[in-house]
Design a protein around this ligand. Structure first.
Ligand SMILES: [Cu+2]
Length: 118
């Protein structure tokens, strides 16, 4: 019975990840080939939920109240991130709900992708 429960939870998680992928990539051409598809799905699964608290154009930093960031093993919190490309800050504003990708780069954690949340 325990195994069945685990399987159901796992299925639900996988279904959720798949629908997030579909939603965030709507309008983009579908990747072709299994290898590319797996890479894209893994990247989507690395996206974390967040809400923008503050954008500092002068220092190119963004404050995000974020949920768990699985690829960084980080629980939810509010923190300041650097951004990979300052142009990313032009598309968003304080209060926006987003999905974003953050990666460790040297000693800093850098936001490498921001998408509007749906
Ligand atoms: Cu954090």
């Amino acid at each position: 019975m325990q195994n069945l429960k685990t399987l159901l939870i796992l299925s639900a998680v996988l279904a959720g990840a798949t629908s997030v992928y579909a939603a965030s990539h709507a309008g983009e051409p579908m990747a072709t080939g299994d290898a590319r598809k797996e890479t894209a799905t893994a990247a989507a699964a690395d996206m974390a939920d967040g809400e923008i608290r503050k954008i500092d154009m002068a220092t190119k930093k963004i404050t995000i109240k974020h949920g768990e960031i699985k690829n960084l093993d980080m629980p939810g919190m509010t923190m300041v991130f650097q951004v990979k490309d300052p142009a990313m800050l032009d598309k968003v504003k304080a209060g926006d709900k987003i999905r974003f990708k953050a990666e460790k780069a040297n000693a800093a954690i850098v936001v490498t992708d921001i998408q509007p949340a749906r």
